[in-house]
Design a protein around this ligand. Structure first.
Ligand SMILES: [Zn+2]
Length: 255
């Protein structure tokens, strides 16, 4: 029976290769996680949500502003009509100097009524103008805030793109290394590893560190560790607790 001091496999035995593949897979997963969890990306998403909310508010304000503008222009049209009517009457009044007092009286009454109507219209116009003021101010505030957000958003997008490109470059390199390493694995071992990896959160092989599985971090019973130690080097050992392929330090060709 061979133990750790036995003949020992080469540093590039299948289990050493497998561990290398696992380490590369772990590195790839970490890169992908880093990419997905980029604070700049999170901030960009948050910013997009705020921009959308602000745009909705701005659209409502624009609607209010437009409605007020329509009201104002209606009032102005009415004022214009009243002014025009008054001018006509005044001209008639001027031309009718010396006409019977009763006719002049009727025109003067209408002119006085028109003045009252004009006063009312001007009061209404002022009220609309007063209503417009805060709406315009709020809209301007929204627009400048949106402009600031657009700047920040462009900044963040550029940062995200740059970091993504860096990570992607590293990922391509890792994937290439992973592919060529995985080619060196015996087919059955590779299949078993892939199956475990897909079921166990990306980790299909783990180091046996002393009496502990580095995959699930649980301690193996002493008898089990002893049994494993005496298995032939080509035996595939799995963790009782998590089912992962256990890589014995003795098979890694020294440390
Ligand atoms: Zn385990």
């Amino acid at each position: 029976m061979s133990d750790t001091a036995g003949p020992g496999p080469s540093a590039e035995g299948p289990f050493a290769v497998l561990l290398g593949v696992q380490d590369l897979d772990t590195a790839i997963a970490q890169h992908e996680h880093r990419k997905a969890a980029l604070p700049e990306r999170k901030e960009l998403e948050e910013l997009a949500r705020r921009v959308a909310a602000l745009r909705r508010e701005a659209a409502q304000l624009t609607e209010q502003r437009d409605a007020l503008a329509t009201r104002l222009s209606h009032l102005e049209e009415q004022s214009d009509a009243v002014v025009a009517r008054r001018r006509t009457l005044e001209e008639r009044l001027y031309a009718a100097r010396g006409a019977p007092g009763r006719d002049l009286q009727a025109i003067e009454t209408e002119v006085a009524q028109l003045a009252g109507r004009l006063d009312q219209l001007e009061t209404d116009e002022l009220a609309v103008l007063e209503e417009q003021e805060p709406v315009e101010a709020e809209l301007a505030r929204h627009e400048s805030e949106l402009a600031e957000m657009a700047d920040r958003s462009a900044e963040l997008s550029a940062a995200v793109q740059k970091i993504d490109a860096e990570i992607d470059r590293e990922l391509v390199e890792l994937a290439e290394r992973r592919r060529s390493e995985a080619h060196r694995l015996p087919e059955a071992l590779a299949r078993r590893y892939e199956d475990l990896r897909s079921r166990l959160g990306g980790t299909g092989a783990a180091r046996l560190v002393g009496d502990r599985c580095d995959g699930c971090h649980l301690t193996l019973p002493a008898m089990e560790v002893d049994r494993i130690r005496h298995l032939p080097p080509d035996a595939v050992v799995t963790c009782d607790q998590c089912g992962r392929i256990l890589i014995r330090a003795s098979l890694l060709g020294g440390t």
